[in-house]
Design a protein around this ligand. Structure first.
Ligand code: NAD
Length: 271
């Protein structure tokens, strides 16, 4: 952030952001890393210990539940505990503040609800959310609070010490997933092989076509089809600003942590 080239890039990005009439803010796991939620793919990410072929498909999860409920409990603790304790960080807050100056559509791959908690009013969750529970037809059964997640984590911790894990697992996760007289219920999240969350995904594609600037924050651009959104917007004429520690493919690359760069960018664009 300190050398002249970085500050030139920041200024150029701020100019684009200031002149844009409709900004799509496209976010991935990286924007929530500084809220204490690890990304899945980084060295200490969830996929290292819990491979996605077993833990990112419903079929895989059911198989682990049947064979090794203690292992599924450990996965759920690793997934849910950071979400239960997370608070929006400076990057989420800066994205929310951008709405005071221009039309903003947040398109997030995240399932953590932190954009809404920071105050963003138009958030499209293309991979769903862990804070809503739905039935087989997609109807809302209940909303979960972070306290509910804490309760589930506490129950899971208690059951990992018990011998009757296969009986206790359904009890532990009952607020979030299970069976009721009208059928099964589960979190409204998109796993590998699932269709994208609707109507959010269709609306995200429309916003990508209509916007004049995309601010892409903290995504590895590997999860399809969500990852194609910035290039689709670019093909329709938008400028793409990318924020994150990795090499980038956007028109303007701002290398570093979202919590440092996004507040500085928004402040410079709208001082
Ligand atoms: P990813 O894990 O594939 O990539 C995260 C990206 O963020 C990486 O490029 C990493 O270098 C970058 N990053 C790490 N720390 C950062 C920081 N402080 N500031 C800016 N960037 C940072 O994540 P993805 O591309 O979002 O896709 C993975 C899938 O996993 C998504 O579908 C997402 O829903 C899900 N996921 C969600 C959460 C969440 O809800 N918070 C967390 C992990 C994974």
């Amino acid at each position: 952030m300190a050398d002249e080239t970085d500050s030139d890039r920041l200024k150029e990005a701020a100019d684009w952001l200031r002149s844009a009439r409709h900004v799509v803010v496209f976010t991935g796991a990286g924007i929530s890393a500084e809220s204490g939620i690890p990304t899945f793919r980084d060295a200490a990410g969830l996929w290292t210990e819990f491979p996605p072929d077993q833990f990112a498909t419903w079929q895989g999860i059911m198989a682990v539940a049947a064979k090794s409920p203690g292992r599924l409990a450990r996965f759920l603790i690793a997934l849910l505990e950071p979400l239960a304790e997370a608070r929006p960080n400076a990057a989420h807050a800066a994205v929310a503040a951008l709405e005071k100056h221009t039309r903003v559509t947040v398109v997030t791959q995240n399932i953590d609800g932190l954009h809404q908690e920071a105050g963003s009013s138009r958030v499209l969750q293309v991979h769903g959310t862990l804070l809503e529970v739905v039935d087989r037809t997609g109807q809302l059964v209940r909303r979960l609070t972070r306290d509910d997640l804490r309760t589930i984590v506490a129950r899971l911790r208690r059951m990992t010490d018990q011998p009757a894990r296969s009986v206790l697992l359904p009890w532990a996760i009952r607020p979030m997933a299970g069976l009721r007289p009208r059928g099964t219920y589960r979190p409204r999240i998109v796993l590998f092989g699932d269709a994208m969350a609707e109507p959010d995904w269709s609306q995200a594609m429309e916003a990508a076509e209509a916007c004049d600037c995309v601010l892409s924050i903290g995504t590895s651009r590997t999860v399809m089809p969500a990852a194609m959104l910035p290039s689709q917007a670019r093909a329709a004429g938008a400028t793409v600003i990318e924020v994150g520690p990795d090499a980038c493919t956007g028109d303007i690359c701002l290398r570093g942590k979202a919590g440092d760069i996004v507040p500085a960018l928004v402040a410079l664009a709208h001082k």
